[in-house]
Design a protein around this ligand. Structure first.
Ligand code: PSU
Ligand code: MN
Length: 329
């Protein structure tokens, strides 16, 4: 590695962009925060973090760019500032410009799927990293964003009791105090084992059942039900004040009008799972393969549902974020 131009030494030039109250605090000094996000954080304004693996690996170009922009717009329309998180040329960025978003969308799967374990490597090699839920939570927490919106989180894969394939998203929820708004986990995963392993507060929004991404149901009940953005804000505020140190998963079911195609998608998921097993596609390649294959098999229906639920999560997340900013006042 060329030491004269190492990513970390270049980062020292970035302090101009940093949140003033954070600029001297350890790791956060290596993060570039956009001027808009920095200002919002300084003013205790509502901010919603957004992940980037969903852009690079979750959807094809140019739908991914279009969706990323629309999701940011939904957040703004509902009174919060979006902060999409990614690593660009080795620099962790919180809040992307239009050009940066475009670059990431264009890179697609050529960007490195970056979980927490991959962060140091991507930074050290000046790579482009699309952050998963675990890495996004890490950076959000570091800059002081308490809430993060995505589509679905990773979980315990089916047969996880043999393969040990358990997403680091679950471990991160156990160690980082950020609330994650998602439509639950996909039924490509083992939903009951995912809930069992999580060990943090799992709340379901306007339902008693944990949703499974394309479907409003999963057969699994959750103990905590929340009915309004204010309920969610109280829950997040209590978690932060108690310094529990753990995250919260808030599961928002897919909107009713998009759940109809759920059954069609379920059968495609079964087939894609069989194909993945035959082709021995494992580890962090499993989810991107399954998502792309299910989209092919459903003739694009799964992608349309995916986009609809992400936007709905952004709407709910922004409202929670605004309510949380009021609670903290
Ligand atoms: N589940 C989805 N869509 C996604 C992901 C998961 O329904 O885009 C992405 C998220 O970024 C999540 C990651 O954090 O995949 C989990 O990957 P792994 O199973 O390799 O931990
Ligand atoms: Mn996985």
């Amino acid at each position: 590695m060329a030491s004269s131009s190492s990513a970390l030494s270049r980062l020292s030039n970035l302090h101009g962009h940093l949140h003033p109250s954070h600029s001297n605090k350890g790791g956060v000094g290596f993060i570039k925060i956009s001027p808009e996000v920095s200002e919002a954080l300084s003013n205790d304004h509502a901010v919603v973090a957004l992940e980037s693996t969903i852009i690079s690996h979750g959807m094809p170009y140019p739908k991914n760019l279009e969706t990323a922009r629309e999701v940011e717009a939904v957040v703004r329309e509902n009174g919060a500032v979006p902060a999409t998180i990614a690593i660009l040329d080795g620099i962790p960025c919180v809040g992307l410009s239009m050009e940066e978003l475009e670059k990431l969308a264009n890179l697609g799967p050529r960007a490195q799927k970056t979980a927490r374990r991959d962060i140091a490597h991507v930074v050290a090699t000046r790579g482009n990293g699309a952050t998963t839920v675990s890495a996004t939570m890490f950076f959000a927490s570091m800059v002081g964003i308490p809430l993060f919106v995505t589509g679905g989180i990773g979980g315990v894969h089916r047969h996880g009791e043999h393969t040990m394939d358990i997403s680091s998203d679950l471990t991160e929820l156990g160690r980082t105090p950020v609330a994650v708004i998602s439509a639950g986990v996909k039924s490509i995963l083992d939903v009951p084992r995912t809930l069992e392993y999580l060990g943090v507060c799992v709340a379901a929004y306007r339902t008693n059942e944990f949703p499974s991404f394309f479907s409003e149901t999963s057969g699994c009940k959750v103990p905590c039900r929340v009915d309004t953005p204010e309920d969610c804000a109280q829950l997040i505020d209590a978690n932060l004040k108690l310094e529990l140190g753990t995250g919260i998963l808030i599961a928002v079911p897919i909107p009713k009008e998009h759940a109809a195609s759920g059954r069609l998608i379920e059968s495609a998921i079964k087939r894609a799972l069989e194909e993945a097993r035959d082709k021995n596609i494992i580890g962090n390649a499993a989810t991107p393969f399954l998502l792309a294959r299910v989209n092919e098999l459903t003739g694009g229906a799964s992608l349309a549902s995916n986009i609809a639920l992400v936007k709905n999560n952004a709407l709910v997340g922004a409202k929670i974020s605004v309510a949380l900013a009021q609670v903290k006042e």
